[in-house]
Design a protein around this ligand. Structure first.
Ligand code: C5P
Length: 226
C-alpha cells in the first residue's frame, strides 16, 4: 500500500480558541470553532504524517489517527507547543490564541458591587506561541506556518506577520466574508511564503503567492499541506 507523501514527517498543529479564566465560572475567549485546524490534522494524517493536534476547547472529536492534546489557556498551549515543536518537521499555528488574559483570575466568583456601574479588568499579554516556535534554534526548528485571519487589508497584515513572527508561510483569510472563516465549513485563502532566505525581511518581490478560492475546509486543508 502507498504510505502517502507525508509519511515519515511529524506535524504539530494548534487549533481552536484558548480560554482565559476571569474567575471560577467565567472566561475570555473567541468564536474559533477549530474546524480549519482539525481539517488540517485529518488531511495531514491522510497524507501519511504523524500528527499531533494541540487543541483548545472545541465541539469536535479527535480525528482518527491523530494524537490530540487538550488545553484551555494560551499558556498551556504554549507549553505543549514548546514541548512538541522541536520534534516536529512542520508546525502549523491555526489556533485563535487569546492575545490577552486577566492579570489574575479571581479565586472566587466576581460579585456585582452595589452602586458601581463599571468594573475594570486588567489584562496582560499572552505569549506568542508561533513566534516562540519560529525562534527556536535552527537545529530544533520545524518549518513554521501561521494563519492570518483579518477583516481588512488581509495581505498586508499577512506579509507583516510573516516578517514579524519569523514564519515560513502564512495562510491569509478574510473572516469578514459571509459563509467563510470562523465557524463556517468553507474557507478561501491566500498563501504567502518566503521565497528568499529567512534572514532577509520579505518585501513584495521575494514572496511566493498562491490564491485558493472558497471551498470546503477539508479540501483547502489538503491543498495547503501539499
Ligand atoms: O497575531 P495574530 O494573532 O493575528 O497571528 C495569528 C497567527 O499567530 C496564527 O497562526 C496564530 O495561531 C498565531 N498566534 C500564536 N500565539 C498567539 C497569537 C497568535 O501562536 N499568542
Amino acid at each position: 500500500t502507498d504510505k502517502g507523501p507525508a509519511s515519515g514527517l511529524t506535524i504539530t498543529i494548534t487549533a481552536g480558541p484558548t480560554r482565559e479564566p476571569l474567575d471560577p465560572v467565567r472566561y475570555l475567549s473567541n468564536h474559533s470553532s477549530g474546524k480549519m485546524g482539525y481539517a488540517l490534522a485529518e488531511a495531514a494524517a491522510a497524507l501519511g504524517a504523524r500528527v499531533k493536534l494541540i487543541s483548545g476547547p472545541v465541539a469536535l472529536a479527535c480525528p482518527t489517527g491523530v494524537e490530540c492534546l487538550e488545553v484551555e489557556t494560551a499558556r498551556e498551549m504554549h507549553a505543549a507547543a514548546q514541548q512538541l515543536a522541536p520534534e516536529s518537521d512542520l508546525f502549523i499555528g491555526c489556533a485563535a490564541v487569546a492575545d490577552y488574559r486577566a492579570e489574575t483570575a479571581a479565586e472566587h466568583k466576581i460579585k456585582k458591587v452595589e452602586g458601581e456601574d463599571a468594573l475594570t479588568l486588567r489584562l496582560v499579554k499572552n505569549p506568542d506561541i508561533i513566534a516562540a516556535v519560529a525562534a527556536l534554534p535552527e537545529a530544533s526548528r520545524p518549518l513554521v506556518v501561521g494563519f492570518a485571519a483579518e477583516t481588512r487589508d488581509v495581505e498586508r497584515y499577512a506579509r507583516d506577520k510573516l516578517a514579524r513572527k519569523g514564519l515560513d508561510m502564512v495562510v491569509a483569510n478574510d473572516v469578514s466574508c459571509e459563509g467563510l472563516g470562523f465557524g463556517a465549513d468553507d474557507n478561501a485563502a491566500v498563501l504567502l511564503w518566503r521565497a528568499g532566505p529567512r534572514q532577509s525581511s520579505p518585501k513584495g518581490d521575494d514572496l511566493g503567492r498562491d490564491a485558493f478560492p472558497p471551498q470546503p475546509k477539508a479540501r483547502l486543508a489538503e491543498a495547503i499541506l501539499r
